[in-house]
Write a protein that binds this ligand. Structure first.
Ligand SMILES: C[S@@+](CC[C@H](N)C(=O)[O-])C[C@H]1O[C@@H](n2cnc3c(N)ncnc32)[C@H](O)[C@@H]1O
Length: 290
């Protein structure tokens, strides 16, 4: 991230959700009527012209966009299941970015204590935009400004009203991709130290390029690497699923699910004619604290 500036990737991710909503194609993989307001950077103008989806399609970005939509859809569903089946009463967005959960899901917001953790510059901009959309401060919504390079998620939560006795759901989407292994495991360790047993963590992670079966996907992985480096948020490590499962196990978590691109395709993309599909490079892992 550039010092003092909100995350560009968070703005672009919102743009991909906004284009999908605006595209007119139904059914939607993920419905985010607020994403347009949180879009930034190069996507703003084409979105205003209503040409962004067509431009994304021309650039063959469907797998990137599909990955972002699929993971967001799954996060909402996993959280809902956690609330109804596992007693989840706290929701932590780690690197919340421009996720519009607070606006999108008033039905879930009222059942939870919510903690949005993000870099101060990203969070400042997000709070301003939430205000523009009429979102008012409320006692169960906590904004926690944090620089994960200086403070762990667990430490940051310890200075809030986060309750260590109450199961929490941690949404950690679109972040692991940018972290070195030690930062990933430190974060998980710090969460395990403050989270009640039964708490859950959902995150997406990039699969080691050599495990991708199609040359086309390996080439795309190299391209994405170059473009994230260009915006100053490079992707430092990729993972072998079985090794990752072993490592998180040693930290006190069990793997509830580890969805492959094929699993996500079957869940959310079957029968689509618009080319949207999950990112072949990413998996989605859900952990439960033992
Ligand atoms: C790609 S965005 C993901 C946003 C959101 N979770 C989503 O899926 O739409 C990455 C987020 O991580 C945050 N981030 C990156 N580096 C950070 C750091 N050192 N400390 C705190 N947050 C950071 C950015 O501010 C940004 O909101």
């Amino acid at each position: 991230m550039e010092a003092g500036k909100p995350s560009m990737t968070a703005q672009l991710v919102a743009g991909l959700r906004a284009a999908h909503f605006q595209s007119g194609i139904r059914p939607l993989v993920f419905e985010d009527p607020y994403a347009a307001h949180f879009t930034g950077g190069v996507f703003v103008e084409p979105l205003a012209r209503s040409t962004l989806q067509a431009e994304l399609d021309r650039m063959a970005l469907q797998p990137i966009q599909g990955g972002i939509l699929g993971r967001a859809r799954h996060a909402d569903e996993a959280l809902e299941r956690g609330i109804t089946e596992n007693g989840i009463r706290q929701f932590v967005l780690l690197g919340a970015g421009n996720d519009s959960f607070l606006l999108r899901r008033p039905d879930l917001v009222k059942q939870l204590q919510i903690f949005e953790l993000d870099h101060p510059a990203s969070q400042r901009e997000k709070r301003a935009k939430l205000g523009e959309l009429g979102f008012e401060p409320r006692s169960n919504v906590h904004f926690v400004a944090v620089d994960f390079e200086r403070e762990s998620a667990g430490e940051a939560l310890a200075r809030t009203g986060f309750d260590r006795e109450v199961p929490a759901f941690f949404n950690w989407l679109g972040v692991v991709t940018y972290l070195q292994s030690n930062a990933i495991f430190e974060t998980l360790r710090s969460i395990r130290a403050v989270a009640a047993p039964g708490s859950q963590i959902l995150f997406d992670y990039p699969i080691a390029t050599h495990l991708l079966t199609r040359e086309e996907d390996r080439a795309r992985a190299r391209e994405v690497q170059a473009s994230t480096e260009a915006v100053g948020e490079p992707r430092p490590v990729k993972h072998v699923p079985a090794e990752l499962a072993r490592e998180v196990g040693a930290l006190g978590f069990e793997v509830v699910s580890d969805l492959s691109p094929e699993d996500l395709a079957a869940l959310y993309f079957a029968g689509r004619s618009d080319g949207l599909r999950p990112n072949p490079e990413n998996r989605l892992m859900l952990l439960r604290a033992r």
